[in-house]
Design a protein around this ligand. Structure first.
Ligand SMILES: [Zn+2]
Length: 494
């Protein structure tokens, strides 16, 4: 996108003089079957106002009962984010009127949240950096106002209350983030941890993960924070990066032209690539928080916490480190192989039954993923199964297939929608494994390259690879690689 690249270079100029200070508030919907304080389903996409009851509508006399599963998910998420879970936390009423919240208040947590003092480590320009997490608290979601899509939408709005009372956690970061890239990394890791722990599906299109950003700028070297703006309604991580770039630039421009940044809430407009003012601080709510009288304090005993944490999976960072060690793969490979927990599980299951896990990693990266992307397919839709990849890796490892040959088989497999093994069995490549034939080809290459022979015999043993490559080329990729290697060295040492 042109707009993004222009704004990126302008941001670079702005960043020379000013330092951005960014804090993120992320709302994550917990993956419970039922709501936070009643038995209504949380299913997405049902007919409007079919998953509601007196409790989530806040009708008089209805009393909330806390969903145990929601607490378990919140404790799991807190711990995975390195937070300390408080033994005692308190629900509070956040009072405000809005048509999508018929109760007139939201049950949230205020001065005694479930968890505090966590962090997420992100890569930054100066190496790994810990972004602090101030708090993680539990709360309920509101409904949804529908302003479009009805015949009378020009004059009327409708409301769907199905989402009222759906359990959320709000994760508030410290103002530790200094660049839009760090914000992007923080969110990527946060989402990954939520997915790995299974507490949320983090589906941004369905609103399961929502992010607001607080951003201000200050002259470099100044300790005091500048006036912040809150950017809302950003529904993808890429847009958050763009919105932050835009907002930083805007604030720097205001300051550079002698103006003053106004504390306000701004909304991101993706189509126009800019933020615009929604409301100023003067219009901000006073929520008149007070402890929720219908719910007792939430007590999480050490015993319960221990029980909950037995469900803690190996987290992405730890898993990557182990995979690098165990399979001797690169950090970068480990990064992409652990993009999701399911993908990492699939890879590891395959790696464990292959002769060389490293080869499986390489083939997945070099042959499988690129072709899937090009064809617009998910891993589950791949014509080449993981069994096919393992077969390819084993054949390669045993020297029965050259890179040229396995590439050809992958090509045919994707072209015809067949598995690797099927194509291999049918079109088993001609392989020259006849010693005499190979020796004759090696002799020719040796005769044609006296200089390299001299180098080899002068002690530069790596030149052997040159001869292997030349013979492989002459054989149109059909020479048995293992045998060829052996014979080349034998000939050169003779
Ligand atoms: Zn309900």
């Amino acid at each position: 996108m042109t707009a993004t690249s222009v704004s990126t270079s302008a941001t670079t100029a702005a960043l020379a003089k000013y330092e951005p200070v960014i804090g993120l508030e992320v709302h994550v919907q917990l993956l419970t079957t039922t709501k936070a304080f009643c038995g209504c389903l949380t299913r997405f996409g049902s007919a409007p106002n079919t998953q509601i009851c007196p409790t989530c509508l806040g009708l008089p006399g209805a009393l909330p009962v806390l969903n145990k599963r929601a607490v378990e998910f919140a404790v799991l998420a807190s711990t995975a984010l390195n937070c300390e879970v408080r033994t005692r936390s308190v629900f509070a009423r956040k009072n405000y009127f809005y048509p999508d919240s018929p109760k007139g208040y939201q049950i949230s947590q205020y001065d005694q949240p479930l968890a505090e003092h966590g962090w997420i480590e992100v890569p930054s320009e100066n190496g790994p950096k810990k972004i602090g997490i101030t708090r993680l608290h539990m709360e309920e979601d509101a409904g949804k106002s529908l302003h479009e899509g009805f015949p009378d939408s020009a004059t009327k709005s409708y409301v769907d209350l199905n989402r009222c009372g759906t359990p959320l956690v709000e994760i508030v970061s410290e103002p530790d983030i200094r660049t839009p890239d760090e914000a992007y990394e923080y969110l990527t890791r946060l989402k990954e941890i939520m997915l790995y722990t299974g507490v949320s599906d983090c589906n941004m299109e369905e609103g399961s993960l929502r992010c607001d950003a607080n951003v201000s700028v200050r002259p470099r070297g100044q300790e005091k924070f500048g006036t912040k703006a809150e950017v809302k309604n950003v529904n993808s991580f890429r847009f958050i990066r763009s919105a932050l770039e835009y907002e930083i630039e805007r604030q720097v421009e205001v300051l550079e032209s002698g103006g003053r940044v106004v504390q306000e809430t701004r909304s991101w407009n993706a189509a126009e690539g800019r933020t615009f003012s929604m409301r100023s601080k003067e219009e901000a709510h006073d929520y008149r928080y007070f402890p929720e009288p219908d719910l007792p304090p939430l007590m999480v005993s050490d015993a319960w916490k221990r029980e909950i944490l037995t469900a803690m999976p190996e987290l992405p960072e730890a898993r990557r480190a182990r995979m690098v060690r165990e399979y001797e793969i690169s950090e970068q490979d480990a990064q992409s192989l652990t993009a999701t927990r399911e993908f990492a599980d699939t890879f590891e299951a395959a790696a464990k039954r292959a002769k060389s896990p490293r080869r499986v990693a390489n083939l997945v990266q070099s042959e499988l993923m690129g072709r899937l992307r090009a064809a617009g397919l998910e891993l589950e839709q791949s014509p080449v199964t993981m069994d096919g990849v393992v077969l390819a890796a084993d054949l390669a490892e045993e020297g029965k297939l050259s890179s040229k040959q396995w590439k050809q088989i992958f090509d045919v497999a994707f072209e015809k929608g067949e598995d690797f093994g099927v194509v291999y069995e049918r079109e088993k490549p001609q392989q020259i494994s006849d010693t005499a034939t190979l020796e004759k080809m090696i002799d020719e290459v040796i005769a044609a390259n006296p200089k390299q022979v001299e180098q080899y015999r002068g002690g530069k043993k790596t030149v052997a690879a040159f001869f292997v490559g030349q013979v492989m080329r002459a054989s149109k990729g059909q020479a048995n690689p293992a045998l060829l290697n052996e014979l080349v060295v034998k000939k050169l040492d003779a």
